[in-house]
Design a protein around this ligand. Structure first.
Ligand code: HPA
Length: 287
């Protein structure tokens, strides 16, 4: 039933059943908490926590500073489900494993997925601590034949050849920009193109120049496999990046990207990100 190379529909259904038996709420909104948004899962009311190691057949997250648990609870009065700590390609997981929690969310009843990450800014207008609403992406891992959808396709999730040119919901992006204006953070909130590399190393100067020339505004190591998986199974998706560092495009530049800076900036921006996401969740819930 649980093939070591693949999560079948039934295997994911069995994880969903395990959770549904124990969870009181039936959320429609799911959130994958990237760097800076982890504490959202700590703020939920009537919260129920499931550490990944306590969920049958669940992968275990290995990155320092990622909690590694599912949280169900209420944000204000709205039921949500949070993935606190995601799975990355560079941890050694195949992408189908990284993105499995999205299918789990689908089988739990999630219709709207919010995905967040930390990313390096390539657009020269972007400053450290800014937010980039993702309008579109370039799936560089896909160029190399690596997709979360590789392997047998189960039509109960979605079609073999899904269209994803409308992956990032235009309505929610418009609401997010209105919310940014209301919160008076419009000058730090952009909309742009995200690219995902496998990592775990940061990019070379030549790689950054190549990405920028091709219209990429921010680069990271996550999100796209989850977004593709969500779109495949019919979810409505909203995603944004926190710009935690500025990519280096100049050989004379003495700076180097580092994880400590990423974590520090994420920590510093927690409260504004939580406020931004809370407003977006309210808007999705009201519509
Ligand atoms: N590159 C890739 N991933 C990242 C970066 C970056 O500069 N910053 C945070 N995640």
């Amino acid at each position: 039933e649980l093939d070591s190379n693949f999560y079948s529909y039934e295997a994911i259904q069995s994880i969903a059943d395990f959770l549904l038996k124990r969870v009181k709420s039936r959320p429609k909104i799911g959130i994958i908490c990237g760097s800076g948004l982890g504490p959202l899962g700590d703020m939920l009311k009537e919260a129920q926590y499931f550490h990944y190691e306590d969920i049958p057949h669940f992968p275990v997250s290995t990155v320092k500073g990622h909690a590694g648990r599912l949280v169900f609870g209420k944000l204000d009065s709205i039921d949500v489900m949070c993935l606190q700590g995601r799975f990355h390609c560079y941890e050694g997981y195949p992408l189908w494993k990284c993105a499995m929690p999205v299918r789990l969310m689908k089988l739990i009843g999630i219709s709207h997925l919010i995905v967040t990450n930390a990313a390096g800014g390539l657009n020269s207008d972007y400053k450290i601590g800014d937010v980039m609403i993702i309008k579109d992406h370039i799936n560089i891992m896909g160029f190399a034949g690596n997709s979360a959808l590789n392997g047998p396709n189960d039509e109960r999730f979605g079609p073999r050849f899904p269209a994803i040119n409308k992956a990032y919901d235009p309505k929610i992006r418009a609401y997010a920009k209105e919310i940014a204006a209301k919160l008076k953070i419009s000058n730090t909130v952009h909309e742009g193109i995200y690219a995902c590399l496998g990592g775990p190393n940061y990019e070379t100067i030549a790689e950054c120049r190549m990405l920028r020339k091709n219209g990429v505004d921010a680069v990271g190591m996550s999100t796209i496999p989850e977004v593709i998986t969500a779109k495949h199974c019919g979810m409505t998706v909203f995603a944004f990046s926190l710009i935690t560092n500025v990519c280096i495009l100049d050989y004379e530049d003495e700076e180097e990207a580092n994880h400590e800076e990423v974590v520090e900036i994420a920590k510093r921006k927690e409260s504004v990100l939580i406020s931004f996401v809370s407003h977006i969740i309210h808007t999705i819930n009201d519509k």
